[in-house]
Ligand binder design. Structure first.
Ligand SMILES: *Cc1c(COP(=O)(O)O)cnc(C)c1O
Length: 482
C-alpha cells in the first residue's frame, strides 16, 4: 500500500515513511492510494476475533513495510485488557432497542484518543529503534490530546515529549493527569497564555527548520495517518458486536472536532463496512454542521470560537476535513488544492452549495450532521442517567443529542463514547447535582507531586528550554526522515 497527497504531490510513500510526517510536501494530507475492500466472507471470518487480532487484520491492509510477525506483536502489546480495562477493549452496550453506546474511553487517560495514540507509541518505538534514530515530539494541548500522547510515549526508548498547555486553563483533573507523570522523557510546559498561544509557539518552533533538524522535532497531531487508521478498527469492532441484530448495517454518531474520529468511520465505510449513516455531532462551534447542511465551509476567527462545556470539540477549523472532501470530489487533487489552498487562504471559506458532487454527498457517503448546545448536553446527561443509570460525559452527550435527530427504526445507532465523565466533573455536577464517580486508580491524583515548567508565551523561551534539556542527554544520531 502506498500513500499520496490530497493535493496531488506524486511522491508515493509507504506507511512507515509517513508515520511521523505531518503534512505532505505540497501542504496536503496523506491518504491511501485506494481503499482496500473487505468482503462479506472476510467480515464474517473476523466476527469472533479478539480486538488485537482484528487490529492486525485491518492494519495489514495498510502497512506493507513492517514484517507481519512484528506488526502482530505490536497489536498484541497495544490492545490488552490491562491497558484498556476490559478484554473487549471497545465494548458495546445497549441502552434501548436500537440505541447503543460504544466505550472508547477506558484507556489510560479516559478519552478515546488513547485508542490510537497507544498504538502510535508502540509503532514509533519500533520504527525509531529500527532506524537508530530518536525523536522529540513537540505538541500543544488543551487537554485530551496532550495527556494521551504523554501516556502513550512515557518510558518509550528514543522518544521525548515536550507538551505545551495553557497555564491554569485545563480542568483540575486533566492538569493532574499530565503533571503527575514523573517519567524522564516527558516534559510538561505550562505557557502563560491561551491554547492558541501554545499552538503558535509550536508552529514557530517547527518552522525554524535549522532548529527542527538539529533537535529531531516531530509531531503526533490529529492529521497523522497512523492515528486515523487505528481508529478504523473500532468501527469494525462496533459493527461486529452489533451486527447479529443488524442485518441492515448500523449507524454511528460521532462527537466531532477536527474530523479525525468520523473520518475513520468514513474510511471504514469506503472499505465496505455496512454503515448506513455517519452522524456528525458538533457543539456550538458548528463549522462542520454548517458545511454538511449548506455546502459552505467557513473557518471561524479566534473571536468567533467559543469556549464550551465540551471543550475538546471547540475548533475553528477541522484539520482532517480535506481527506473527506478529496473523496467527495472524486479524488480530484487539483480541485482539492484549489479549495483548501487558494480559496481558504484568500477568502477564509469555500462554497460547494451548487456543486453536483456535494448534492450527492449525503446519499453517497451517508453523512448527516447536527448541533448540540450546553442546554442539550445537560438534558442528555440527565436523560441517560435517569433512564439507564449511566453517566455520560459532555462530548458523548452531544453525540446522543444529535444521534436522536437521525435515528431510523430498522438500523441500530451506535453513539461513540469519547471520554469518561470524571474528566469534566463540573458539567456533570451542573447536570446531576453531584460529582461523577472516580475510577479507583485516579483517587487523589490532584495531590501527587507535579513536574511542570512554567514559561512565558515566547517561542525563544521554549527553544532554549528544549536545548537545555537536550544538552544533558545522549541521543541516537540522525533526525527522523531527514
Ligand atoms: C478529541 C475529542 C473529540 C473530537 O474528536 P475529533 O477526532 O477531533 O473529531 C471529541 N470528544 C473528545 C472527548 C475528544 O477528546
Amino acid at each position: 500500500m502506498h500513500y499520496v497527497s490530497t493535493r496531488g504531490h506524486s511522491g508515493r510513500k509507504q506507511f512507515c515513511e509517513i508515520l511521523l510526517e505531518g503534512l505532505a510536501q505540497d501542504g496536503g494530507l496523506y491518504v491511501p492510494e485506494s481503499y482496500p475492500r473487505v468482503d462479506d466472507a472476510t467480515l464474517k471470518a473476523w466476527r469472533n476475533l479478539p480486538y488485537a487480532s482484528l487490529a492486525f487484520e485491518i492494519l495489514s491492509l495498510y502497512v506493507s513495510d513492517i514484517p507481519p510477525a512484528d506488526l502482530k506483536a505490536i497489536c498484541d502489546k497495544t490492545y490488552t485488557s490491562e491497558v484498556f480495562g476490559s478484554p473487549d477493549i471497545a465494548p458495546l452496550r445497549r441502552l434501548e432497542p436500537g440505541l447503543y453506546l460504544q466505550g472508547l474511553s477506558n484507556g489510560p487517560t479516559l478519552a478515546f484518543k488513547d485508542m490510537a495514540m497507544q498504538l502510535l507509541g508502540n509503532l514509533l518505538e519500533y520504527e525509531l529503534a529500527r532506524r537508530h534514530e530518536d525523536l522529540n515530539v513537540l505538541g500543544a494541548t488543551s487537554g485530551d490530546t496532550g495527556s494521551a500522547a504523554e501516556y502513550a510515549m512515557r518510558g518509550k526508548k528514543g522518544v521525548r515529549v515536550f507538551m505545551l498547555s495553557p497555564r491554569g486553563r485545563m480542568s483540575a483533573f486533566q492538569q493532574a493527569q499530565m503533571f503527575s507523570l514523573q517519567d524522564d522523557n516527558i516534559h510538561n510546559i505550562a505557557i502563560d497564555g491561551v491554547f492558541d498561544d501554545c499552538q503558535d509557539i509550536v508552529k514557530r518552533v517547527s518552522g525554524d527548520l535549522e532548529f527542527k533538524r538539529r533537535y529531531n522535532i516531530g509531531a503526533v497531531n490529529s492529521i497523522n495517518w497512523a492515528r486515523l487508521v487505528a481508529q478504523v478498527i473500532y468501527y469494525f469492532s462496533g459493527y461486529l458486536q452489533a451486527s447479529e441484530t443488524a442485518p441492515e448495517g448500523v449507524s454511528f454518531a460521532v462527537p466531532s472536532g477536527n474530523f479525525g474520529n468520523i473520518c475513520a468511520g468514513h474510511v471504514a465505510r469506503m472499505m465496505g463496512l455496512p454503515i448506513s449513516r455517519l452522524v456528525l455531532a458538533t457543539n456550538e462551534n458548528d463549522v462542520l454542521d454548517e458545511f454538511f447542511r449548506t455546502g459552505v465551509y467557513r473557518v471561524r476567527s479566534r473571536a468567533d470560537t467559543r469556549e464550551t462545556s465540551s471543550p475538546s470539540m471547540d475548533i475553528s477549523k477541522a484539520s482532517n476535513l480535506e481527506r473527506f472532501v478529496f473523496d467527495l470530489l472524486g479524488r480530484d487533487a487539483r480541485r482539492t488544492k484549489a479549495l483548501f489552498d487558494d480559496q481558504l487562504t484568500e477568502r477564509g471559506l469555500f462554497d460547494l452549495s451548487g456543486d453536483p458532487d456535494f448534492a450527492k454527498a449525503a446519499a453517497r457517503f451517508g453523512l448527516r450532521s447536527g448541533k448540540s448546545t450546553h442546554a442539550d448536553r445537560l438534558a442528555a446527561i440527565r436523560d441517560i442517567w435517569e433512564r439507564y443509570n449511566t453517566t455520560i460525559d459532555p462530548h458523548t452527550a452531544d453525540g446522543v443529542t444529535v444521534a436522536r435527530m437521525h435515528m431510523s427504526p430498522e438500523v441500530p445507532m451506535i453513539v461513540l463514547e469519547t471520554a469518561q465523565p470524571i474528566k469534566f466533573a463540573a458539567t456533570i455536577k451542573e447536570a446531576l447535582g453531584r460529582e461523577p464517580d472516580r475510577p479507583r486508580r485516579f483517587e487523589g491524583i490532584e495531590e501527587l507531586p507535579r513536574r511542570v515548567k512554567v514559561l512565558p508565551a515566547d517561542a525563544r523561551a521554549v527553544k532554549s528550554y528544549i536545548a537545555e534539556i537536550m544538552q544533558g542527554t545522549t541521543s541516537r544520531k540522525p533526525a527522523f526522515g531527514s
